[in-house]
Write a protein that binds this ligand. Structure first.
Ligand SMILES: [Zn+2]
Length: 117
């Protein structure tokens, strides 16, 4: 080996290569492959997947159901867990307001019970 700074060892065979050379004269390793100076393309990072429309609807539905269940539980607490009484109140309120959603119905019944009728 030599101390010549223009000489470096081949990464494949370890023998001396001069800087001016583009390939190893001993093993033929190509030192500057075509395109080697180009900046490698950034790795493609997949964008986080947006929840599908269906999934968003489903989540909304789950949230709605959880809300309804909570409201129904609140109603049951106010009628001492008498489900017949709760259903009677809901039916009565439904007759008054046939258009409203179930959660709105529950809210109205609870409000009436809280307000003393
Ligand atoms: Zn070599």
């Amino acid at each position: 080996m030599t101390d010549d700074p223009d000489v470096f060892p081949c990464t494949r065979c370890g023998k001396a290569i001069y800087h001016a050379q583009t390939y190893c004269p001993h093993c033929g390793l190509e030192l500057y492959p075509q395109g080697g100076d180009e900046v490698p393309a950034a790795p493609v990072i997949p964008a986080p997947r947006q929840p599908s429309f269906f999934r968003q609807c489903w989540r909304r539905l789950i949230g709605l159901e959880a809300r309804e269940n909570n409201l129904y539980l609140e109603l049951l607490q106010r009628v001492n867990f008498n489900q017949e009484r709760a259903q009677y109140l809901l039916d009565a309120e439904r007759a008054l307001a046939p258009e409203v959603s179930r959660s709105r119905l529950l809210t109205r019944v609870i409000a009436k019970l809280d307000g003393g009728g």
